[in-house]
Every structure is written in C-alpha cells, then in structure tokens.
Design a protein around this ligand. Structure first.
Ligand code: AMP
Ligand code: GLY
Length: 415
C-alpha cells in the first residue's frame, strides 16, 4: 500500500513511525509533514487545507489510503471531498466531525442520547451568559463553541473570572468566529483520562486508556495547552469504568451518529473525567489525540495499516496491546501556549536505551533542524513500568546541554 498522512505534528510523526513497521506499506507520504518526518517519509509541500491539491496528489501517486490527523481539514470536509472523488480515506465526514467542531452540537447530541456529561447551556448573548453565571456561581467552565486548538476553555474559579472569559470570547472575540457562541458548563471534579477508538459505523474498537497533562506547568498550573505530555495505560481506571465508557459513551455515541444520518469512520476520542457518579464526557475529538497518539501507538502490537483496512472493511481487527507502559514529555517553545519565537535550534540529546523522539513543530532550514511552533518535540519511552519509562524520558532530557528557548514539565506520569 501507498499511504498519505495529512498533517504536520507529533501525532502524524508517530503515525508514520508505526506505519513504517508495516509489511503492507510500500511508500509513506506526508502533507506537509515536518523536519523530523522528512527523514522517514516523503514530505510533500501541500497544506492540510488544500483539498484539491491533496485529491490531485492522491490520484497521481496511486495512494491506496489517506489518514487525516488534524481537526481543521476534517471539519472543512476533507473526507467528503475524498469520498466524492472515489478515494479511500480513514476519516469522518464533516457532518460526523461536528462532534468536535461544535461543542454546542456535541452537548445537544449527548443530551439527546443520554450520554453522561456536565450540565450546560449555550449562549450568544453576553447579558444572558452573565446572568447564567450569576445564577450558577463558581467554579464554572466557559468554552468557545468552535475549534480553538485546545485553548478555548477557561475553568473559572470565580464569577469575575468567568465574566471576563465571556467578554474575551463574545466581545473581544479572542477566538474569532469559533467563540461567537459559547457553552457554559458545570465544573466537574475528578481525574481525567482519554479513550480513543477505531470506529467504522456502529463498530467500536477501543485502544488503551491514556492520560494527557493539559496545563502548561508542573502541578497542573498555568494555562490549558494542546497537551504537555501523556502516559498509557492509566492504572486508576478500573475495568468496570472502562467497560462503562466503552458501552455507555463510545458505543452510544456511534449508534447515535448513525441515527442522526452521520455515520462515523475514523478515530473517536472521548476526553473523560472520573466523577463520583462514574466517567463523564469533557469533550469529543474526532481524530487521534496529540500527544496521546505518540504514547498509545507504541503499545499497539498489530500492524496499523492492517488494522485500518480491517476496520473499514467491517472486520474486527483483533487489537492486541503490550503489557508495559509508555510515557512522553513535550518539549515546548518558551511562551507556549501564547505565540512564541520560531527558528530556534532544536535541542540535541544523547540516546538513552528505550527512549524515542517524535518531532512536532520542527523544520529543516539550511540543513539544520529549527523550531516551527509551540510544541516542538516529544521524548517518549516504553518500558515494563510507568516509573521506568518516565525515568528513561527524563534521563534523555537531562542529557541536553542547552535547553535555551524551551521548557518541559518535570512531573509527567506522576499523577
Ligand atoms: P477541553 O478542551 O474541552 O478538553 O477542555 C480542556 C480542559 O479543561 C480539560 O482537559 C479539563 O481539564 C478542563 N475542563 C473542561 N471542561 C471541564 C468541566 N466541565 N469541569 C472541569 N474541568 C473541565
Ligand atoms: N490531547 C488532546 C487533544 O488531542 O485534543
């Protein structure tokens, strides 16, 4: 098979690494890829949002299967465009991807199908939003309806902070149109975990659980980010809770989507929180998580290309997982998640046995690798235990002489 991967982050690098192990894969192309991927696959300079360019490339290069990483092309209808052109793509249509593209749609959908989630209300009016906050009190959660790269959520600890978030989204338009509608949600306390699954129509094949560390700084302080590190599997999720999340959340969701005439093919990701009443949905993503993918795929024993083909053919891929643990720590540019400098030299670390490096925001400039975004690398390790995996990762990171311009969390895998 010739495979095209669409995207440019760590998630896509990790998909490429897994596909490279496949005996079914002849050539891997990535559009547009990044500096690290360029060493392992053929990067082609086509933007993720250039649908016509991607369709043309796919036809001209005998691509058998396209895998889409990021949410923006999914919500813009990349899968619809590929289906129209008669091309094979492992990705949901824009109608199914709305589950991630609109938080108000997702909330309405969950209410309709009785899927456990936080109580919420949707607003366009500043006044009504503020009245609701006054009524409910703090803590309370304010979310931009549309896509905001994981940054459109404010967990407000006071009514004032919540009102300020409303102003930022509805008045100053900090997230442009994505924040023209907001969802205000009950604050849920509990430990979070992510559950991703390969899905085709009403068939759900769950992966191992993962835990993302979303806040920028140690001890879960600082602003929300796209994710600063993760580990899998999560020991504190019991098999009962996992079965509940699979049946009452993932299965109900894909069944509901079928009923709505929006059948789902691709990766369904449930961001969950373990409340005293059991797991509840914090968010849905309709794609592989980043950085979860980088630490979940190394634990998959199956051939990824084979899994995707089986799932799309309606066959059970018989997923098998390694017994050990995998963890990964993101190296981010200073200032992330706000805008940060690009073009900074990529730190070099000595190789530590069992540790691997995934590239996210890197590019080649005059033959050297430099930074090209907020999250730059993920250093990961797979070991028998989570403790040992984390030890390897931090040992590799400690070997870097010069971390100038970068930072990483020191407590990934500890909670
Ligand atoms: P999201 O982008 O919707 O996953 O939200 C980002 C982060 O905000 C989540 O990982 C949680 O840590 C936090 N969060 C979102 N919604 C809630 C909620 N209803 N209660 C508590 N924390 C939340
Ligand atoms: N790690 C969360 C996400 O992919 O949105």
């Amino acid at each position: 098979m010739n495979i095209l991967v669409v995207g440019r982050g760590g998630r896509e690098h990790s998909i490429v690494m897994k596909l490279s192990e496949s005996e079914h894969v002849t050539r891997i192309y990535v559009a547009p890829g990044n500096g690290g991927i360029a060493g392992e696959a053929t990067c082609v300079a086509i933007d993720e949002m250039d649908m016509e360019g991607l369709v043309k490339f796919t036809k001209e290069n005998a691509i058998d299967l396209t895998i889409v990483g990021p949410e923006n092309p999914l919500n813009a209808g990349i899968a619809n465009r590929f289906y129209e052109a008669g091309l094979k793509v492992f990705a949901p249509t824009k109608e199914a991807a709305l589950l991630e593209g609109s938080k108000s749609y997702a909330k309405e959908f969950m209410k309709k199908y009785d899927i456990p989630t936080a109580a919420s209300a949707t607003f366009n009016s500043v006044e009504e939003a503020k009245q609701y906050i006054d009524l409910k009190g703090a803590p309370i959660v304010i979310k931009a309806d549309g896509l905001a790269a994981g940054k459109g959520v404010v967990v407000a600890e006071s009514v004032e902070q919540a009102q300020e978030a409303v102003n930022e989204m509805l008045v100053t338009r900090a997230f442009a149109e994505a924040g023209a509608t907001i969802v205000i949600e009950e604050f849920l306390a509990g430990k979070e975990f992510s559950l991703m699954a390969f899905v085709h129509e009403n068939h759900v094949y769950p992966m191992v659980t993962a835990r993302d560390h979303k806040r920028a700084y140690d001890n879960d302080e600082g602003p929300n980010t796209g994710g600063m590190g993760a580990y899998a599997p999560v020991a504190d999720v019991s098999s009962e809770h996992l079965a509940f999340a699979t049946e009452e959340i993932l299965q109900k969701t894909v069944d509901g989507l079928m009923k709505e005439g929006r059948p789902f093919t691709g990766i369904l990701y449930a961001g969950l929180i373990m409340t005293t009443e059991g797991p509840k949905v914090i968010e849905f993503n309709t794609r592989f998580g980043d950085p979860e993918t980088q630490i979940v795929l190394p634990l998959l024993k199956n051939d990824l290309a084979h899994v995707l083909v089986d799932v799309m053919d309606g066959k059970d891929p018989q997923l098998e997982w390694e017994e050990g643990s995998c963890t990964g720590v993101v190296v981010a540019s200073e200032g992330y998640p706000a805008d940060c400098d690009k073009g900074v030299r990529i730190p070099e670390m000595s190789s530590v046995e069992g540790a691997f490096t995934v590239h996210a925001g890197t590019k080649l400039e005059g033959g050297s690798l430099v930074s090209d975004g907020g999250r730059v690398l993920l250093v990961g390790a797979k070991e028998d235990s989570l403790e040992k995996a984390a030890e390897n990762v931090y040992e590799a990171l400690a070997s870097v002489d010069d971390m100038k311009g970068y930072f990483y969390r020191r407590d990934i895998g500890k909670s």
